[in-house]
Design a protein around this ligand. Structure first.
Ligand SMILES: Nc1nc2c(c(=O)[nH]1)N[C@H]1C(S)=C(S)[C@@H](COP(=O)(O)OP(=O)(O)OC[C@H]3O[C@@H](n4cnc5c(N)ncnc54)[C@H](O)[C@@H]3O)O[C@H]1N2
Ligand code: MOO
Length: 639
């Protein structure tokens, strides 16, 4: 067997970065360059910059009107107006025109009275000297400091520098960063993937993160898992660039060569940091340049970049890391974390009834969508074993609090209609958003009880009455509740295209591989109801205990031949190009406390739900009936 890098010890995050930055400081000194001011946006000044010219450059009229000598206007009033003559007593000026002796004041055009005599105007109040004149140097005086050293240049700074006669500026050179994806399984996004292939995506993320930081990325083609090739490319890059990122191959796989190459070429200061995701980070110095190995999983790669690449680029550009926006929130789910690492849990954040709540998203290092969906991170310190549901936690937010407050928090059963509403809301009602988390109908009602959501989309069949939703809400809630009617959904069996196993109904499931929904999901209840009606025992269904958590997940399992059949909605089958056998129609509605009904964001949500455009989009998806959509049913009178 080939050699693996089994690393038993990981370094705490703060210690790792301190060791690394200290080592870089010893070998690095900043490089400067002089560039035109016009091209200096976001660059960082080396020295303080002082004005070469005054601004204004001369005494200038601040208004359109006439320039006068104020002495000649003394005594003017309604009873004793004064008439002034062009060329003798005044000169016509526009805003910005120079004002020179004998003139020392400007009267605005609208304060002049036309007396019908050519070249004459009348005034009925005196002008004070220097009125409506911007005097020389009023804004900027020669020699004044315009910008300090180590200042990041903004658009207004460029304008002021130019006004003060500065054409060039000495700035810190941008860091040029080489990026190397590695891995024999990695293909270009334009190639057709075969089994085992992974589409290259991380280097594009790094490239853009570097650009946002003001660096210059140089992204290279993927290097296959070949020791000598990796070695040659890294060595070459350290001769040309300020920093090198090597992606993947950082861990313990038999083809994870990065750390061995870096040990041969230079010095590996750290391999393995107490961070999750992101553990196998490598911090090295080769040829007096920092070389960072980031793990291959997208979330690990992102978090590794945030924690280790950003501090180095910021050090190079003399900048501190942007302060993260921190808020305190109540965590909606228990999070267990090991004392072995600091953990970055991605969360969705909402503001419900004056309380900020954070719902954890998928924790896997490969779950890139958790980063896309997240509003922030809940960072669990290395010395903490986790947090209990309902505990207060600190969240590093990367959306504004205002956006969070304008977001309808929807937790419950998933349906594609939530994605459609989420897509439409910000367009039809600017600055309003929908965030939806999928935990099944019962999970949604529980979240509503804990006041962690505004509404819960549910489809819960009462097995006794055959009625949907209402009884569950009445039974569970003391507070006055309402039901916003949603859609009728046709539920059925999702089977492969062409239905090769000739499945016609629940009767036919016995010999096939079934995939069920999770306990508490409405679809699961309907399935159990149907089994009961038909007198079939769950034991007779192969795969009854195999659970998927969304309709789309069920469809994906059938589509990939990992299951023969599953129960779900027609739109999921359609989206995956599968066949569908209808079993029954269910009511997918929104449970909501009555107190939230009048909130402006809920009103916007209702507007979208009732709009023609929304109905059109659902018709395109198919599988829905829309007779009562948007109707509000109050379930208990308010007390
Ligand atoms: N026995 C052990 N195995 C693993 C350990 C460990 O401690 N012992 N650590 C795990 C952890 S934690 C992580 S994180 C991963 C990181 O592994 P590598 O950095 O060596 O990365 P690969 O194995 O090459 O790839 C992981 C995954 O990411 C995909 N990938 C790689 N490059 C890209 C890219 N440019 N764009 C998109 N996706 C990429 C790759 O195909 C894999 O699926 O190791 C665990 N294993
Ligand atoms: O460090 Mo790995 O990223 O935890 O999965």
């Amino acid at each position: 067997m080939e050699k693996r890098n089994l690393y038993l010890k990981t370094t705490p995050v703060d210690e790792a970065i301190a060791i690394y930055l200290k080592a870089i400081k010893e070998i690095w000194s900043p490089i400067y360059e002089t560039i035109p001011v016009t091209a200096s946006l976001n660059r960082v000044t080396r020295h303080a910059i002082f004005a070469k010219y005054c601004s204004p450059l001369f005494n200038a009229s601040a208004m359109d009107g006439i320039a006068v000598n104020s002495e000649k206007t003394i005594g003017a009033n309604e009873a004793t107006p004064i008439d002034l003559e062009l060329g003798v007593d005044f000169k016509v000026v526009d805003t910005g025109d120079p004002i020179n002796p004998p003139y020392d004041a400007v009267i605005m055009a609208e304060d002049l009275i036309d007396i019908g005599v050519e070249n004459k105007v009348r005034i009925v109040s005196a002008a004070s000297s220097w009125q409506h004149i911007r005097s020389i140097g009023e804004d900027i005086v020669v020699g004044e400091m315009l910008l300090p050293s180590n200042h990041k240049i903004r658009p207004i700074d460029i304008s002021v520098l130019l006004s003060a006669g500065i054409l060039e500026v000495e700035v810190i050179k941008c860091s040029e960063v080489a990026i190397f994806p590695t891995g024999t399984e990695i293909i270009e996004p334009t190639e057709e993937p075969k089994e085992g292939d992974i589409i290259e995506s991380n280097s594009r993320m790094f490239e853009n993160m570097i650009t946002l930081l003001g660096g210059i990325p140089h992204r290279f083609p993927t290097i296959e898992d070949d020791y000598d090739k990796i070695k040659e490319k890294i060595k070459e890059a350290t001769e040309k660039y300020d920093m090198v990122i090597v992606n993947a191959g950082s861990s313990a796989g038999t083809e994870d060569y990065t750390v061995h190459v870096l040990r041969e070429l230079g010095q590996v200061l750290i391999h393995g940091v107490a961070i999750k995701p992101g553990k196998p980070v490598i911090l090295a110095i080769v040829n007096n340049k920092p070389v960072i190995g980031l793990p291959g999983y997208p979330v690990s790669a992102y978090i590794g970049f945030e924690n280790f690449v950003i501090p180095v680029i910021n050090m190079f550009s003399g900048q501190a890391k942007d302060k993260t926006n921190e808020v305190e929130a109540v965590i909606t789910k228990r999070l267990v974390s090991s004392l072995k690492h600091k953990e970055y849990v991605r969360v969705k954040v909402g503001s419900v009834g004056g309380k900020i709540v954070a719902a954890p998203l998928a924790r896997g290092a490969g779950a890139a969508m958790s980063l896309v969906r997240a509003d922030g991170f809940c960072v669990i310190d290395q010395n903490s074993e986790g947090v209990e549901a309902g505990e207060k936690v600190k969240i590093e937010l990367y959306r504004s609090l205002q956006e969070i407050e304008n977001t309808v928090v929807v937790i419950g059963s998933h349906d594609l209609i939530l994605d459609v509403i989420g897509d439409m809301m910000p367009n039809t009602h600017p600055n309003t958003f929908v965030s939806s988390t999928h935990v099944g109908s019962m999970g949604g009602l529980m979240a509503l009880m804990r006041k962690e959501a505004h509404m819960a989309p549910i489809h819960l069949l009462d097995e006794k009455t055959g009625e949907y939703n209402i009884n569950y809400i009445k039974r569970m809630f003391k507070d006055p509740m309402a039901l916003i009617k949603g859609v009728g959904r046709i539920q059925g069996l999702i089977v492969k295209k062409g239905n090769p196993l000739h499945i016609q109904g629940i009767d036919d499931l016995k010999n096939h591989r079934f995939v069920n929904r999770q306990r508490g999901a409405g679809t699961r209840l309907l399935f159990d109801y149907k089994l009961m009606e038909m007198g079939i025992s769950p034991d007779e269904i192969k795969g009854y205990d195999r659970e998927a958590s969304t309709h789309m997940a069920v469809a994906a399992l059938v589509g990939s031949n990992s299951a023969d059949v599953g129960m779900g909605i027609q739109s999921a089958a359609k989206a995956m190009d599968l066949d569908f056998i209808p079993i029954g129609e269910e009511e997918y509605d929104f449970a909501i406390p009555q107190t939230y009904l009048d909130l402006p964001i809920i009103q916007s949500f209702l507007d979208v739900l009732k709009s023609e455009k929304f109905k059109e989009r659902l018709q395109e998806l198919g599988g829905y009936s829309l007779n009562r959509i948007g109707e509000i049913q109050l379930l208990r009178e308010e007390v």
